[in-house]
Design a protein around this ligand. Sequence first.
Ligand code: ADP
Ligand code: ADP
Length: 238
Amino acid sequence: PPVVEFDHVTKTYNDGQPNAFTAIKDISFVVEDKHNHGEFVGILGPSGCGKSTILKLIAGLEPQHPATLGTVSVLGKPVTGPGADRGMVFQDYTSFDNRTVLDNVTFGLECRGMPRRIREELGRHWIDQVGLDVENDQYKFPHELSGGMRQRVAIARTLILKPRVILMDEPFGALDPQTRLNMQDLLVSLWRKVEATVFFITHSIEEAVYLGDRVYVLSSSPGRLVQELEVEPPDRPA
Ligand code: ADP
Ligand code: ADP
């Protein structure tokens, strides 16, 4: 089955009430695994056009407010709530301030009951994979980290759980331009090592085209899918 499928999806917040608001309207698309490797899907559009709404519907973050019309499916099953097959990375580096980098990265494994020694070994592997310095950084607390480093922690914390679908809501939106470029290249290199489909929200056309194999462009409002671009792979660093 497709990794993610939207079949004529409309989302109206406060449906049936005076303050009803249709955020996205009649959106359909299919994202398949390409050569057993997920695609990188950029979602581009003006503020308020429904980009986050699309991610939330895939994430199943609003189980009591699913699609108003149509069906959102992940791996062939209609989404009814959150699940281990999907992971999220947000813009505002959500982390636990009273936990070390290592404890933040391994939090999901701890929730799944994995013994400390094994999860910490995995944690150090992923801390290294996202370009942090294991020796120096593993016992730091989030307030000791720069924004770029915190987003690396957030990415490690998601990747360690091996989700099939990774949902990123403007993950680099709060970073300075140089850090943002570093993070884009990190994502490209990580990308070759994980078999996941990534949905990536951005305001930046350059970023969408640089990272995306495919870019969905939304108009407002309500958000409609107005264009679907297949992007030729650019010259990316190895
Ligand atoms: P984007 O991510 O493109 O900025 P969003 O998906 O966050 O857009 O929001 C799309 C529209 O839906 C916005 O006008 C927003 O105000 C509205 N909206 C989002 N979430 C809710 C909600 N829970 N209740 C009511 N309106 C909402
Ligand atoms: P990058 O995108 O490479 O993470 P950053 O600006 O986030 O760029 O950080 C670059 C390097 O500077 C980091 O790897 C880290 O070693 C160091 N650094 C930046 N800010 C801090 C800080 N607040 N505390 C400790 N080290 C920092």
